[in-house]
Design a protein around this ligand. Structure first.
Ligand code: ADP
Ligand code: ASP
Ligand code: MG
Length: 597
């Protein structure tokens, strides 16, 4: 019999009427012949209310007690939901995370799921009951209640769907589905019918608040078809699955509360990045928008962003790193926001970055940092102007009018994607089946690209339009730019590095040489042969350990890193050409992958 998981978010169960409506949906699915598991969040703003109450008790409440407290919000709503189902004449049972057997590690407030026992749920389902599970919570090996992080009910839902091999996981929420960007911020945002797991993974981790990013990791790893649907009407919502869709721009995400940190005057030697990442990973700080540019005068600079709330911890970790390295200075700033463009079609098209930079130039918005990865471009802008930037990019890419390129897939249709049979997914499922714990990091492949060159423009004006001019000039000549990193500047000047195919190098150097000659003191350097090493997987950025492992393996092999970019699905480092093969070998070893011939 088919199993459907239905998750209802806070606003969708805020009052008795809404709880009843949610119960009716579950009952309807049950009566249509499915076995139904509901995952329910705390009602309305209940969790926020509990957080406020805790703050009244203590400035620094114990993490264990916080989880104990916050988990009660969900316990309240599941029992009410069970009563609502009973009153509709169906059998139902409410269960806490612990009662189900959702085992997590002991990292209170952001615990990771280790395993889920399905025995109890299956017993209830087979007895004809609707199972109503508390979202957002689990239990650690010592029987302490843990929570998965704010918004974590989505992750409970996809993890349960994965463990039960459900036919579909439906996420009922207060919007019609996933939009091109937050519809509450940009009223012209448009609902998207179909998104690839990779697109949603990037969007969610880059700040699109509609889904907990870890929930998409489960969906992709275990091939769970996911549908985000409105709880207030019968809309079809957005299907998130494996898809061949190749839109250049699928969505935009804005992370308002970013902070930037720069470590400068570092020794330019192997191990520097590794040391910084290790210090951050030790404190479980997810490091974002890492920008390491080519060293000048033997001194390296590494910049990155973190969530503003993590800044104090990050500065402590950065100080530790500098102490270990024996040199370095730290700068940081908070008035910044990160705007990202995501689209699977970027894989095969150049010019999206140039277009984005040009749109922002026309608004006079300066780009403080830039980092690109295979299917996303992120820029750091002044926080006060981030909404304006978001709106301009949404309009500039005509996202409100773009016609969906794929037909709607009906909800009744069996949506387990046929692509799940393809070899990439077989490789993935082989790796996933060997995981010791459900939420362990998945690294599926290491790649070495020896076909590119690096180009760097030093000392360029740190004013709106510089990057737009560089990348438009290059894109106009059909030169495909792969990695772009631009660092933050506190001196009125910036530095941008990018990679191009070797065959395009000569043309590219001519173009940027002409540009540089217009700018006082700007110079161009390049390296015709580089190795680009990429680790491919799922949830790479949100698992702080991946960068640590990758950069440690390279440092141990005495390999210096020239450029870095990171995303949820890929983490790349540019190294000297003659070190590419060694790097490839040590990374395969570090991630226990069999090296392909
Ligand atoms: P729930 O309580 O159902 O989990 P959330 O508040 O977590 O709901 O997520 C839904 C909200 O996400 C919407 O109200 C919307 O404002 C916000 N959001 C942010 N980005 C997007 C997006 N790209 N598409 C749809 N909603 C988005
Ligand atoms: N109730 C929790 C929160 O507000 C979990 C969730 O809603 O997903 O974060
Ligand atoms: Mg949510």
């Amino acid at each position: 019999m088919s199993i459907i998981v239905q998750k209802f978010g806070g606003t969708s169960v805020a009052n008795a009427e809404k709880i009843r409506a949610a119960a009716q949906r579950a009952v309807a699915a049950k009566q249509a012949g499915h076995q139904v598991v509901m995952v329910v969040s705390a009602r309305g703003k209940k969790t926020d209310e509990l957080v406020r109450l805790a703050a009244e008790m203590s400035e620094n409440p114990a993490a264990r007690e916080m989880d104990m407290l916050l988990s009660t919000g969900e316990q309240e709503s599941v029992s009410l939901m069970a009563m609502a189902v009973h009153s509709l004449g169906e059998k139902a049972v409410s269960l806490t995370g612990g009662q189900i057997g959702i085992t997590t590690d002991s990292t209170f407030s952001r615990a990771r799921i280790e395993s889920i026992s399905t025995d109890r749920i299956r017993k209830h389902l087979d007895a004809g009951e609707i199972v109503i599970a508390c979202g957002f919570q689990g239990i650690d090996p010592e029987m302490n209640i843990t929570t998965l992080g704010r918004g974590g009910s989505d992750t409970t839902a996809t993890a349960l769907a994965a463990a039960l091999q459900a036919d579909e996981c439906q996420i009922y929420t207060d919007v019609e589905g996933v939009f091109t960007t937050d519809p509450r911020v940009v009223s012209a945002a448009r609902k998207v019918s179909l998104l690839a797991y990779d697109e949603m993974l990037e969007l969610a981790s880059l700040g699109a608040g509609v889904m907990h990013s870890r929930s998409i990791e489960f969906a992709k790893k275990f091939c769970v078809p996911l549908r985000v649907r409105p709880s207030f009407d019968e809309g079809e919502g957005t299907l998130i699955a494996n898809t061949g869709e190749q839109r250049m721009v699928a969505g935009l995400a804005l992370a308002r509360n970013e902070a930037r940190v720069t470590l400068a005057d570092l020794p330019d030697q192997p191990g520097v990045t590794s040391c910084i990442f290790a210090c951050m990973a030790k404190r479980k700080i997810p490091v974002d928008m890492v920008v390491q540019n080519v060293a000048v005068d033997g001194k390296a600079t590494v910049s990155f962003t973190v969530q503003e709330g993590e800044l104090a911890d990050t500065l402590t970790a950065a100080n530790e790193a500098i102490k270990i390295l024996g040199a370095g200075t730290i700068r940081s700033g908070t008035n910044v926001a990160k705007l990202s463009v995501v689209g699977a079609g970027m894989r095969n098209h150049s010019g999206v970055a140039a277009q984005m930079f040009d749109i922002l130039l026309k608004k006079g918005i300066n780009l403080q940092m830039i980092t690109t990865s295979e299917i996303k471009i992120s820029v750091l802008v002044e926080r006060d102007r981030c909404d304006e930037a978001l709106l301009a990019v949404h309009e500039g890419f005509c996202m409100e009018t773009a016609v969906p390129q794929t037909p709607e897939i009906g909800i009744q249709q069996k949506t387990k994607s046929p692509e799940c049979d393809q070899s990439e997914d077989q490789l993935l499922s082989r790796i996933v089946s060997k995981l010791a714990k459900m939420e362990d990091i998945v690294v599926s492949e290491v790649q070495l690209d020896e076909s590119q060159s690096r180009v760097t423009l030093h000392h360029i004006p740190d004013v709106p339009g510089t990057c737009a001019e560089i990348f438009t000039t290059v894109a106009n000549k059909n030169i495909m730019v792969d990695m772009i990193v631009q660092n933050v500047s506190d001196t009125g000047h910036a530095e941008v590095s990018f990679t191009v195919q070797r065959t395009d190098l000569e043309n590219c150097l001519k173009l940027v040489g002409e540009l540089a000659s217009k700018w006082d003191d700007a110079t161009v350097s390049h390296e015709p042969e580089i190795g680009k090493l990429t680790v491919v997987g799922i949830g790479l950025r949100t698992h702080t350990g991946v960068g640590e492992k990758m950069f440690k393996a390279l440092a141990d092999a005495n390999i210096n890193i020239q450029m870095i970019n990171t995303s949820e699905i890929r983490m790349s480092a540019v190294v000297a050409a003659d070190q590419g093969k060694t790097g490839f070998k040590v990374l395969n070893k570090a991630f226990n992958l069999v090296e392909e011939a």
